[in-house]
Write a protein that binds this ligand. Structure first.
Ligand code: MG
Length: 257
């Protein structure tokens, strides 16, 4: 009798935690949509951390021709293509909040201080992809290892080449696919990746892919619902992660539930 009661209690707790599983919050390019911040800035990383409760901060990286990994969304800065520039020629450029263009290593060090998780988007390198995508994967993994941040870094990419290179270098890293080519959850699973990170538009076309992916053991991340109704929709559906430009709003909505 005692054992049966214990079983019921454990089962109920499990059921409650399962049913109330909430999406985790990822700040898209950090928390930039606030005073003193800018997309992909160190300030946006710290402001995301200060929200207290996010899963991690997303950021975008490119490698320069002389091997420095920098944090920037666009392939160029102030008219200089990062892939074909030397770091010394672009390091002077300022973000909209007055910060200098950050290196990935600076970002890593700050994230380590904050004990904050990073979702690193390895950008497609379009000038010389065969060479530079390999260089950026190797350089990023080396820096993460150097700073012993392996347990605090996950990866996303639109480039299947970069996804495959990451897994080949270290099968334990978590890699989710961004949909440059539209792949079904089964196709992503067959490539040995860990999750799908798809847009709202793509999930509107394929709503069935959310449960299908989760059923295959893939994690599901949606980018970038940021209005209240859209956020509520994905909370209700029960995706694993929401990457949003409104991390503070989403955290408040999840706390109010
Ligand atoms: Mg990104």
């Amino acid at each position: 009798m005692k054992n049966a009661c214990l079983f019921l209690v454990v089962f109920s707790l499990f059921a409650i935690s399962f049913l109330s599983a909430k999406p985790k919050v990822i700040a898209h390019r950090g928390y930039w949509n606030c005073e003193g911040s800018a997309q992909n800035s160190l300030a946006s990383l710290n402001k995301a951390h200060a929200l207290n409760g996010i899963y991690g901060s997303e950021l975008d990286v490119y490698i320069t021709m002389d091997g420095v990994v920098v944090v920037n969304h666009n392939p160029d800065i102030e008219g200089h293509v990062i892939e074909t520039s030397r770091y010394n020629d672009i390091k002077k450029f300022l973000l909209s909040n007055g910060e200098r263009l950050p290196t990935f290593e600076k970002y890593l060090k700050q994230a380590k201080k904050n004990k904050e998780r990073l979702i690193v988007e390895l950008k497609e390198h379009n000038i010389n992809p065969a060479v530079n995508e390999k260089r950026v994967v190797e350089a990023v993994l080396k820096l993460v290892k150097k700073h012993r941040m392996e347990n605090f870094v996950e990866y996303i990419s639109f480039s299947l080449n970069e996804c495959a290179l990451l897994k080949a270098a270290d099968s334990t890293v978590k890699v989710s696919y961004l949909p440059r080519k539209v792949l079904s959850p089964e196709q992503v699973k067959s490539k040995g990746l860990d999750g799908i990170d798809y847009s709202e538009e793509l999930f509107n076309e394929h709503p069935e892919w959310i449960k299908e992916a989760q059923g295959l053991g893939l994690t599901v991340n949606v980018y970038t619902p940021s209005a209240k109704e859209a956020l509520q929709k994905y909370i209700d559906i029960g995706v694993d992660f929401i990457t949003t430009d409104a991390p503070e709003l989403l955290l408040n909505m999840l706390r109010d539930k």
